[in-house]
Design a protein around this ligand. Structure first.
Ligand code: SF4
Length: 462
């Protein structure tokens, strides 16, 4: 029987969900279950492979654990989930693996390869192939033993040459996607950040019709919002409740509320079936309203992540975000009136950013007064428009493994150091307001929750 090991390498603890590549240390949420790897594993299982999933980034002794399990299991194929910020470390890790066991085939996946697979393979001679997109469907072809040249979206080494197959069209019928092999995961690793209860991710859909300049979605998931049927998602949730005793869910979609009718049907199905679940999702502020928020709350929605990005309208317009400050205000009010917590995301250092616009963002974050905030610094991922601007501005260095080094904020006047200082200062200011502390205390329902809040607070503040 062929053996496959699918891993998040022990090279930095990040959310490694394709377009979302964020160090967990920066988050007041936490580690997410490796949904993609678990889906790929289930494909290999279905084709008779012995499959294992290792989220080695999740353990303090992740590297030791990997080597022990790798030597014991002796896989024929290793699939490594890489991110752009950790690319160098991920590839160095793959090089060690190949050296230790030259016979193992190593395939990498991750958003970076949707754009720069050939460049990476040209330098990283120890990598056998890279999957550009729609990894679970490419995995089905690999597991079935198809020849490399027939697998859409695969870039592979053939002797001295690197061959790139045509892209795989984005699958519209996501009910064809495999369900994740949760039986291969250590499900206790993935918990709800406030209560500490088990939590899992469920794929709702992927793709987005918008084209924000800092976002990778077009490259990795396409510009059409494709989603699973309501029945398929609700049945998976039911299975998680029955088989894994998981009641908390991150419903993964690039914009959960993009399709109002789908969301309404989903909420009604959860309410009708009486499923005792609580869930989280991400939404655009212009696809939310008070009626929908109230229905979502009745169906168990606890919190929504909203991309606010900036407190300056010109920056939003330049980033092609296509939202207004008033729409952000209205979305936060709609959530609050429905009793849904808000987790507001901002991106600092976008093209046009200055000290004045940063100050406007600071004031806007305080004015919106969400329940949680996260300030990210714009990162020019290859495949985004800000990568092109950063490159034109000479801000991206040419390096050995693709062009991944971010020297300075893309075309912003402020330096990266200044952005770091700003991010920490405003995060502290946001959370240390008496009103915010009072609200957090009111939410605490147990000692475990209090401990979790204090731990997260410490992580975010330091
Ligand atoms: S709305 Fe913008 S940031 Fe959100 S997924 Fe779509 S393109 Fe990306």
């Amino acid at each position: 029987m062929m053996r496959v090991l699918l891993i998040n390498p022990p090279t930095g603890t990040l959310i490694r969900d394709d377009r979302c590549q964020v160090p967990v240390a920066n988050l007041s949420s936490g580690l997410r279950m490796p949904l993609d790897l678990a889906c790929l594993a289930s494909v290999f299982q279905a084709h008779g492979w012995e499959s294992r999933v290792g989220d080695y980034q999740a353990y303090s002794d992740g590297a030791d654990k990997f080597w022990r399990e790798f030597h014991n299991f002796a896989p024929d194929l290793l699939i490594v989930n890489c991110t752009t910020p950790t690319l160098r470390a991920d590839l160095a890790f793959c090089a060690q693996v190949k050296k230790a066991r030259p016979g193992v085939k190593i395939i990498v996946k991750g958003a970076h390869f949707a754009v720069e697979a050939k460049e990476v393979l040209a330098d990283a001679l120890f990598i056998d192939a890279a999957i550009k997109q729609e990894a679970e469907f490419a995995a089905a072809d690999l597991a079935a033993g198809w020849a490399n040249e027939k697998i859409l979206g695969l870039v592979y080494r053939a002797g001295e040459e690197i061959k790139e197959n045509p892209n795989r069209p984005f699958e519209k019928n996501l009910d064809l996607a495999p369900l994740p092999a949760r039986d291969l995961l250590d499900n206790d690793l993935y918990v709800r950040p406030d209560t500490g209860d088990r939590m899992t991710s469920v794929l709702v859909g992927r793709g987005c019709a918008n084209n924000c300049a800092f976002c990778l979605v077009k490259a990795v998931a396409g510009s059409v919002d494709c989603r699973r049927s309501v029945d398929s998602v609700v049945n998976e949730i039911r299975e998680c409740l029955d088989k894994y005793k998981i009641k908390n869910f991150y419903l993964r979609a690039d914009n959960f509320t993009a399709e109002r009718a789908w969301v309404a049907a989903f909420c009604e199905a959860i309410i009708r079936r009486g499923l005792p679940v609580e869930w989280f999702a991400n939404s655009r502020v212009d696809t939310l309203d008070s009626g929908l928020s109230k229905l979502m709350k009745r169906a168990g929605c606890v919190m929504l992540g909203l991309g606010i990005e900036s407190g300056n309208q010109e920056i939003l317009d330049q980033a092609n975000k296509k939202i207004t400050l008033d729409q952000s205000r209205a979305a936060v009010v709609a959530c609050r009136s429905a009793g849904i917590l808000t987790y507001l995301f901002f991106v600092l250092g976008l093209p046009g950013e200055s000290r004045e616009t940063l100050e406007q963002t600071r004031r806007f974050a305080l004015e919106l007064d969400g329940d949680f905030v996260e300030f990210h610094e714009a990162y020019p991922f290859p495949g985004t428009e800000i990568f092109v601007s950063a490159q034109a501005g000479g801000l991206v260095a040419d390096e050995l493994f693709g062009r991944t080094v971010f020297n300075a904020p893309a075309l912003a006047v402020v330096s990266k150091t200044e952005l770091d200082v700003f991010r920490r200062r405003v995060t502290r200011q946001f959370y240390l307001r008496p009103r915010q502390i009072f609200r957090a205390v009111k939410r605490v329902r147990s000692w475990a929750m209090l401990k979790n809040y204090l731990r997260k607070a410490w992580r975010v503040m330091k």
